[in-house]
Design a protein around this ligand. Sequence first.
Ligand SMILES: *Cc1c(COP(=O)(O)O)cnc(C)c1O
Length: 341
Amino acid sequence: MSKTIDWSNLGFAYMQTDKRYVSQYKDGAWDEGKLTEDATITINECACVLQYAQTVFEGLKAYTTQDGRIVTFRPDLNAERMLASAERLEMPTFPKERFIDAVEQVVKANVEYVPPYGSGATLYLRPYMFGFDSVIGVKPATEYQFRLFCTPVGPYFKDGVQPIVLRVSDLDRAAPHGTGNIKAGLNYAMSLHTLMDAHRNGFDENMFLDPATHTKVEETGGANFLFVTKDGKIVTPKSNSILPSITRRSLVYVAEHYLGLEVQEREVLFSEVKDFTECGLCGTAAVISPVGKIVNHDEEICFPSGMEKMGETIQKLYDTLTGIQMGRIEAPEGWIHEIQK
Ligand SMILES: *Cc1c(COP(=O)(O)O)cnc(C)c1O
């Protein structure tokens, strides 16, 4: 049974669902964890997360495949990435098996919120962890909470695919040797000002360049880049200050093993961008969102794929990966994690 939700008109906004998973870390150990109906959290005014932003998160989706199974896509990679993020912020790690168990419990407990196949909507899952107890001198918390809630979200390309316009940000989202490679709220706090400034100036998103030299392409605030060269190769920036997107890593595999394309993961100079024929942003939300134009002060780069549709190669990548996710195309071993109803 599905809820009576108008799936095709859902946006990307929080909607409270029935149950979420909570586990508390105290005295050096995680408790057994449980589902709860309580969507609120009560914490001390001096909680470490509120004072020193000790928090990490993940994002993944549950959805219905063509043959009616409810699945998630590569949740093991989200579990591993959250472990790495937690370690970087001196937080305890939440075990991988328990992360996957929490995903399963939350999806099962909210199964009526999983949108039907073909609606384009999905159930977005948000695992996160934060420093719970009070800390005034600078140090990590000693108590933590891991939570995982879900909220249904609408189709990303509701009004059809519209290529977006980026501008190159003069401000950075990450420092050299900083925390750009972990999924932490602090990286988003860093990017809010330049994101709002981009919006106020009519741009959809920022392209961030490498913080040390401002000559190499990094990523946007929440998605990695893929470029296509004139001779049909895929190029994606390599840097240790970008977040290792699971979607991008999956698309690279699809390009090589399903489409027979050559992929180069390497440093990408901003000065090369004008020579690419297609550009896309990869992340869980959109899979790939096409970029039509990039503005860097007086310089404008317009990709030949234009402002009306995805470029041909990006479209193929998109169709193949979404086909794999939705069960229309055979998936590589271990990519599709079925939730037993
Ligand atoms: C989450 C995120 C991405 C996309 O990662 P996916 O695993 O593909 O969803 C890219 N960049 C940043 C900064 C992110 O936080």
